[in-house]
Design a protein around this ligand. Structure first.
Ligand code: UT7
Length: 332
């Protein structure tokens, strides 16, 4: 962060989750599982599922409108829209272009980032640097995923985990000492086979066979992702805090990726951050991929858990394998 030209922070946030609830009891009727197994192994009790008319872009627009309103920014003032997603409405154009049109953000450049669950943090990383250099003044970063559309509801080891949602943040220049103080984005592509969706790309283009072989659904080695997650959440958080000359004791609110309560507990224990400073909402939403961080952040904000000047630590991991962490001093 030494090359920072001017400080950049979040001036507005918003989130959207569909109305339909899929409970553990509902899943008991779909696959051989139990509420007891799901709660003790993951902490998840229910998740939200997009309605037939809803897509990643429609959810993203709902979240974006809230973030713009909180920031006091009109859509036509936006210079850039970045959407982190692995479930775009279509292969192309970018979901960000659909969001740009729906919002009427005529001046904004628009692109998607494929960084799985840390997609929102990757978006923050890219967009914040463009605002920091003065290229842009106002950026909208969205994390949105409709994982229910790529979830195999015959695979009990994954279908109990995922839900649909969107979250958004407006980025603008802020006063000295506020905004993003530390940032790390990382990747280890050697772990690509631990979490992936094989079908529909140039390797396995859609065919009757790919459908029959269920290649258009998420495949996951949960145990490997679990180990990676605990390690990287801890190490990345410490590195990002060190960039800002801070330690875990300085963190006012930790907003971790919402994948599994046991992953969060293990990481938090290693970091020595008190539990009351940790945001957890996966019990009600499951793992919403790129939406998880901005959704948790928005809920914490609405609950009055974020005050001006608070140090927030956002940290996530996911398919790639990739990770991201951001240390942020809240306020304008
Ligand atoms: O955004 C990143 C997304 N991914 C993750 O974060 C995933 C990280 N990993 C995890 O969260 C955990 O590994 C899981 C929740 C996916 C699985 O928990 P686990 O404690 O690692 O369980 P396991 O895979 O070792 O499975 C233990 C047993 C197996 O049975 P056997 O072989 O011991 O007889 C599974 O077949 O639990 C069985 N099992 C289930 N049983 C009931 C797996 N899924 C279920 C289920 N209900 N839904």
């Amino acid at each position: 962060m030494e090359k920072r030209v001017r400080p950049v922070g979040i001036t507005g946030i918003g989130a959207y989750a569909p109305e339909r609830v899929l409970s553990n009891a509902d899943l008991e009727r779909i696959v051989e599982t139990s509420d007891e197994w799901i709660v003790t192994r993951t902490g998840i009790r229910e998740r939200r599922i997009a309605g037939p008319e809803e897509t990643t872009s429609t959810m993203a627009v709902q979240a974006a409108r809230q973030a713009l309103e909180m920031a006091g920014v009109r859509p036509e003032e936006l210079d850039l829209i970045v959407v982190g997603t692995v479930t775009p409405d279509m292969v192309f154009p970018a979901t960000a272009c659909l969001v740009q049109d729906a919002l009427g953000a005529r001046r904004a450049a628009a692109m998607d980032i494929s960084a799985a669950c840390p997609g929102f943090l990757y978006g923050l990383g890219v967009a914040s640097q463009m605002v920091a250099t003065g290229l842009y003044e106002k950026a909208l970063v969205i994390g949105a995923d409709t994982l229910s559309r790529i979830t195999d509801y015959q695979d009990r080891s994954t279908c109990v985990l995922f839900g649909d949602a969107a979250g958004a943040a407006v980025l603008e220049p802020v006063s000295e000492g506020r905004g993003i103080l530390g940032l790390e984005l990382g990747a280890d592509g050697s772990g690509r086979d631990h979490l992936y969706l094989p079908g529909g790309g140039s390797k396995h283009p859609a065919s009757h066979e790919t459908v029959e072989q269920r290649l258009h659904y998420v495949k996951m080695n949960g145990k490997e992702v679990f180990k990676f997650a605990v390690r990287v959440m801890n190490e990345s958080t410490l590195r990002v805090l060190a960039q800002a000359g801070l330690t875990p004791a300085d963190v006012d609110l930790l907003v971790p990726h919402q994948a599994n309560l046991r992953i969060i507990e293990a990481a938090v224990e290693r970091l020595g951050i008190p539990w009351e400073k940790v945001v957890v909402n996966l019990d009600r939403y499951g793992n919403t991929s790129a939406a998880a961080i901005p959704l948790a952040l928005t809920e914490a904000w609405r609950a009055g858990r974020i005050r001006d000047g608070d140090l927030l630590l956002l940290v996530s991991f996911g398919a790639g394998l990739v990770w991201g962490a951001v240390a942020l001093r809240w306020g304008r």
